[in-house]
Design a protein around this ligand. Sequence first.
Ligand SMILES: Nc1ncnc2c1ncn2[C@@H]1O[C@H](COP(=O)(O)OP(=O)(O)OP(=O)(O)O)[C@@H](O)[C@H]1O
Ligand SMILES: CC(C)(CO)[C@@H](O)C(=O)NCCC(=O)O
Ligand SMILES: [K+]
Length: 235
Amino acid sequence: MSVLLIDAGNSRLKWRWQGDSQQCDLADFAAQPWPDASHVLMASVRELPELEAELGARYACLHVIHRALPQFPDFVHCYEKPERLGVDRWLAMLGAARALPTASQWLVIDAGTALTVDLLTRHNNELHHQGGYIVPGLQLAQQALFLRTERVREFADEAPATDFSLANDTLGCVSAGVRRQHVALVAQLCQQYSHASCVITGGDGAWLADAAGCRYHADLVFEGMEELCAGSFFS
Ligand SMILES: Nc1ncnc2c1ncn2[C@@H]1O[C@H](COP(=O)(O)OP(=O)(O)OP(=O)(O)O)[C@@H](O)[C@H]1O
Ligand SMILES: CC(C)(CO)[C@@H](O)C(=O)NCCC(=O)O
Ligand SMILES: [K+]
């Protein structure tokens, strides 16, 4: 059975159909060429009533998951309130275990609107979430500086940095600085959890994986959704 998979983040909408992935801004969902699918699984980290109504009208079999499932076979949560854990974090962990099945510990990093880190360990065939971190993503971290200072601005005659070398103008210092923070965070985690397989996903993940010398996986959230579909989710 082919299932249309949809990953709704805080900024972007991604979907995978028959192995092909596409994405758009959340605001542009109505203009997309939605495929003819019999089953649709959507994971969403925010309330999107219009999108859900549109998809509900179009597809007879639509499942939407907004939260990590508190009870899932062979998965042990560390959150006291697992329903508070972002569904994208949970799916990215399931996805990492599926994509790198021979590992026994994973550092799962999702570089999107926020950057999230989760440590996952396998004990006796059970996956144990050990905990994680949430920090602002590259764009959000820069916006915070532009918003709350007077003279740190996106000057039109300056260009954002594409790496993290020392910069010599305002926009360069901000954009290289937030990149350096992310690289330093990942490097420190890889050093501390040196036995873990580090895998990075998300819109800003390819750059970060390259800079930190880690593995990149284009979309671990979809990988986690494939794991749900492979189980008894639709039966
Ligand atoms: N085509 C693109 N359009 C917009 N942003 C992009 C694009 N390609 C990469 N990016 C980067 O991806 C980041 C967003 O990542 P992603 O798409 O994983 O976020 P998201 O899923 O909306 O966020 P989250 O899941 O954290 O809520 C942006 O900060 C931007 O720098
Ligand atoms: C942290 C984000 C925004 C990352 O997309 C998402 O996973 C989320 O909304 N999480 C809820 C809070 C938590 O995971 O503890
Ligand atoms: K994401």
